[in-house]
Design a protein around this ligand. Sequence first.
Ligand code: HEC
Length: 151
Amino acid sequence: MNKKTISTKKTVFGFLPAIAGALALSWQAALAFHPSVYVPRVPEDQLERVREIESPFLPSPEHVEAGKKIYFGKGLCVTCHSNNGKGVKLPGHSPRDFTDAKWQDLRTDGELMWVLKNGSPGTGMPIRVGKVITEEEGWQVIQFIRTFGGN
Ligand code: HEC
């Protein structure tokens, strides 16, 4: 393999997160998926355990502020979930409306963290924690998402 091929490869790998995101939108949307926003995203056999997982960080303005930076910055959340948390229209399954009080109420922080770690199978929601943000940053962005619900 000559030098040129190697450098081209590097460039391609640099864009991988963006490509993966775009691919996720097309192929995942084709998978079977329950359309109701209120149906849990965590698989049945893990749900009880995951629901109980609590954030190790107490809510604080500092965490919310850090979460906001991630949401609008390296987490790329804003590209799909939009400035006001209502979400942009996507093919297949659009993002959750984070301002929906009923949805906010139904989901525990543990469930939201599961989605950040696993993505939401069958939708465009990509894996974030472990890929583009750390677990601590995940908890912070969850605190920020809670502010859309008026909390
Ligand atoms: C490529 C688009 C995209 C990006 C980027 C994205 N999301 Fe999502 N997200 C979605 C879609 C689509 C859904 C709806 C999935 C569903 O209904 O299961 C979703 C759902 C969610 C859910 C809710 C799942 C549930 O339990 O109902 C959370 C929480 C979430 N996203 C957080 C985030 C955070 C935080 C970020 C940034 C760190 C982010 N998302 C980045 C598209 C995206």
